[in-house]
Design a protein around this ligand. Structure first.
Ligand code: ZN
Length: 65
């Protein structure tokens, strides 16, 4: 997977977030009224895992849910 910003090869991995109650939520919009949408439920240990890629050059993540 190539970085959409700089075009360099991205590194595969996982983003792990700890969220016992609500899981991972997406908050849409950078301005105005935010909309929250639940994307991924937590596992039995309260971890939310998102598969994705990161670019070390521009510190960017591309995540799948
Ligand atoms: Zn990049």
């Amino acid at each position: 997977m190539k970085c959409p910003t700089c075009g360099k090869e991205m590194e595969p991995g996982l983003l792990i977030a700890e969220s016992f109650i609500g899981g991972a939520k997406w908050v849409g919009g950078h301005d105005g009224k935010p909309e929250k949408e639940k994307l991924v439920s937590p596992d039995l240990l309260g971890n939310v895992k998102l598969l994705g890629y990161r670019c070390r050059s521009c510190r960017q993540l591309v995540l799948k849910y």
